[in-house]
Design a binder for this molecule. Structure first.
Ligand code: ADP
Ligand code: ZN
Length: 732
């Protein structure tokens, strides 16, 4: 019998092998290919004849298919829609330990467990059995209170039980000691607060609407910051998990940045939750995968790849902060987890909930046309008010000295907040000390040798760093171009603001959170936990601090420079700026104490700034949608970005031009913009050109994309590359 197999290779083709017995689609197979052994996924029986002698499958490692039929369909949809080889999609959908190398699954961690082996329901019986063996009775009863089973190390180390007592109990047949598989879950160590609030009327209405949702339906939960969206998710999942006995997936933008959200799900559902953290080892990931597949865990919480959690009987997928760009994968397969979630939910009859205070324009449009159901939470919980927001204008007449990075009203507000014993959050979306270094004489800016990007000045330790390729060099003394000795640091970074805050507020406890301070596995959670315990007065950071944080004592939010990123040559720059400002403003005044927000900007009349100040999402969207009509951009039309790159500038542009000419001759309802150099022309030593395809019909993009990607052959193999990015989040 012949079967087709998808192998984890960047090739648009399937492979055919021979098996002795029929094999279900989705099963793992070990097969020979060019002298090596690879693990692939069976796609079903091969149709038709073959013109070669197929080789035999070497091994079938599992009793049950690794990919359930609906998961295989999902992978096939992704492969078609995003124009990626199926084998690469399958590789993303399964833990590395199952496909990566041809190795057995990492050995699970084993621990010895003591279990009650005999019921002693009556006191009389108990008295008789234990008589004067008081210690044995105590230990037996401790194990009972721990749920009739307990790890031996816990009993011995934490409870001080002597191993000889355990041996005696086991010898008498009262307990059994055996080995058990432990799931390695680093999140399990975090304490959870199990306080449960009764839903408000608005929350209850949203939960009721979700619970009445039909299979495949999509809901957009638009709730202002602090409106209690998490409680809506939790109560809806109670219905899904407990009343209906189904399973669920919760997607969050980044686990490390949202420990509070994750803790709330764990508080509600305890060890039925598997947290899929990016810091999990391959072994831990494979344990979690098996626990979900076998039904031992019923809820998967994780970043975008958790959309592939191997749950059966799926009832719901929640996509929290659905507008976040991190849901899009930056490398092949370039899928968007929000869109994959919707397709998976449709395939499996589950309900999708997209939640945000600042929904993406795509989701908002779909809610406007009735494709999604809109649910609104227009108010903060408990009568809390949205914070008052004011703009501080950074502009100065020419020839006046540059203003201090903290304008007087912001400095005063920080000092008042500190005096009241309340906390402040300060946003500056640029790490390092200064954005760039410029020669005072000739104006030359230090740029990366590998990328067309200026080098960022860092102080701790002192060096110039490229944020694209991580190239580092010592700080310069003189200009490389003219030898000038006055090098000016321009564009404020978080390190500089941190120093300034420490000078101005010597008594304040300051924490900085950006890529440079969060390299450790648990660094994010540690900083945030310190803020939660009131050990930090001022939390300064990049966009990392704008996501979902809920600290009741934060009453002031300051934005040092709202304009970072607003002028990037990208059609989503304004949307991202509006979302960031609205989200960070939403961290202030979330409990009883009222909140204040001060935004420093040079663009006070820009619509992203103006509507964020007014908490006016609807008006922002109206104006932004107008701006995406002519020339049209999503959600008005659909996009794909084809990027050509190579180490040689000339052959890269020629490749882009020839490919575009070929594309232009294809009969298709797409318009072609370009080719042109990418806004970031060079990254890691590779020149980059791109061409943008626009279509009214999504199916046209799939059709053209597939035709193009299957036939395009970069002339100088190895040097030139082409990538296809469907629904790109940025065109940089
Ligand atoms: P959002 O995600 O919408 O910004 P959260 O879900 O973080 O808001 O909720 C904001 C705060 O309100 C949290 O501290 C949460 O515990 C609290 N909260 C939510 N719902 C209720 C409720 N029904 N009663 C009391 N407190 C609530
Ligand atoms: Zn670089």
């Amino acid at each position: 019998m012949l079967i087709d197999v998808a192998l984890p290779l960047p090739l648009f083709r399937q492979f055919t092998y021979e098996v002795d017995t029929p094999l279900p689609a989705g099963a793992r197979v070990v097969v020979p290919l060019r002298g090596s052994r690879l693990i692939g996924i069976c796609l079903g029986a091969h149709q038709g004849a073959v013109s070669f002698a197929p080789r035999k499958v070497l091994d079938i490692p599992d009793a049950e298919p690794a990919l359930a039929p609906q998961m295989l369909s999902l992978c096939q949809w992704i492969a078609e829609y995003y124009v990626v080889p199926l084998g690469l999609v399958v590789r993303s959908a399964l833990p590395a330990a199952l496909l990566g190398a041809d190795t057995p699954r990492p050995a699970p961690k084993i621990q010895r467990m003591a279990r009650i082996a005999r019921d002693l329901p009556s006191l009389i019986e108990r008295d008789a059995v234990f008589a004067r063996a008081k210690r044995q009775r105590e230990v037996f009863e401790s194990i009972e209170t721990l749920g009739n089973r307990a790890p031996v190390t816990h009993l011995v180390k934490q409870l001080g039980v002597s191993p000889s007592v355990l041996r005696a109990l086991a010898k008498r047949g009262l307990i059994e000691i055996d080995e058990d598989v432990v799931e390695r879950d680093p999140f399990a160590a975090r304490p959870v607060d199990a306080a449960r609030h009764a839903p408000t009327a608005a929350q209850a209405a949203a939960v009721a609407a979700l619970s009445a949702g039909k299979p495949g339906e999509v809901f957009l939960l638009h709730g202002v910051t602090g409106s209690g969206k998490t409680l809506v998710y939790v109560e809806f999942l109670r219905h899904v998990i407990e009343t209906r006995g189904q399973t669920a997936i919760v997607l969050v933008p980044e686990i490390a940045l949202t420990p509070q959200t994750v803790d709330r799900f764990r508080a509600a559902f305890g060890d039925r939750v598997a947290v899929l953290h990016s810091a999990l080892s391959d072994g831990e990931r494979s344990d979690a995968w098996h626990a979900l597949k076998s039904g031992r865990k019923r809820i998967a919480v994780g970043a975008r790849s958790a959309v592939f959690a191997p749950l059966n009987n799926l009832g719901a997928i929640i996509v929290d902060e659905e507008h976040e760009g991190t849901y899009k994968q930056g490398e092949s397969p370039r899928y968007h987890a929000r869109e994959v979630a919707i397709v998976r939910a449709r395939l499996e009859g589950a309900v999708t909930v997209l939640g945000s205070a600042t929904p993406s324009l795509e989701s908002w449009s779909n809610a406007s046309t009735g494709k999604y159901h809109l649910l609104s939470l227009p108010d903060r919980v408990g009568g809390g008010r949205l914070p008052s927001v004011a703009v501080l204008d950074l502009r100065r007449p020419p020839d006046t000295p540059a203003p201090s990075p903290l304008l007087p009203p912001l400095e005063k507000a920080l000092s008042e907040t500190l005096e009241r014993g309340e906390q402040s959050i300060l946003l500056l979306n640029r790490r390092g000390y200064a954005a760039f270094v410029q020669c005072g004489a000739c104006g030359d800016v230090a740029v990366c040798p590998n990328c067309s990007i200026s080098l960022t000045d860092h102080r701790t330790p002192p060096r110039l760093v490229c944020h694209y390729c991580l190239h580092e060099e010592p700080p310069r003394e003189t200009c490389l171009r003219c030898g000038g000795k006055t090098l000016r640091r321009r564009g404020l970074g978080t390190q500089q603001v941190e120093r300034l805050l420490a000078e101005r507020f010597p008594s304040a406890r300051i924490a900085r959170m950006d890529v440079d301070t969060t390299t450790g596995k648990w660094a994010h959670a540690e900083i945030l936990d310190r803020v939660g315990r009131g050990e930090v007065d001022m939390l300064l950071g990049t966009q990392m601090i704008a996501k979902g944080l809920d600290f009741p004592n934060v009453t002031l939010v300051g934005v040092i420079d709202a304009d970072v990123g607003i002028n990037l040559p990208d059609f989503r720059a304004s949307e991202r700026c509006f979302q960031l400002l609205s989200q960070v403003a939403g961290r202030a005044g979330r409990a009883q104490k009222p909140g204040r927000v001060l935004i420093q900007t040079r663009l006070p009349t820009h619509h992203a700034v103006r509507y964020a100040v007014a908490h006016d999402y609807a008006s922002f969207v109206r104006e932004e949608l107008c701006g995406r009509q002519a020339p049209p951009y999503p959600p008005t039309i659909r996009l794909a970005n084809i990027v050509f790159s190579g180490t040689d500038e000339q052959s890269t542009s020629r490749f882009a031009e020839e490919s575009t000419a070929w594309l232009a001759r294809l009969p298709a309802e797409v318009s072609i913009v370009g080719p042109a150099p990418c806004p970031v022309e060079r990254i890691k030593g590779r020149w980059r050109w791109h061409v943008v395809l626009k279509a009214e019909q999504p199916a046209e993009l799939s059709r053209v994309g597939r035709y193009f990607m299957r036939r395009i052959k970069p002339p100088a193999a190895g040097q030139l590359r082409v990538t296809f990015d469907r629904d790109p989040v940025a065109l940089l």
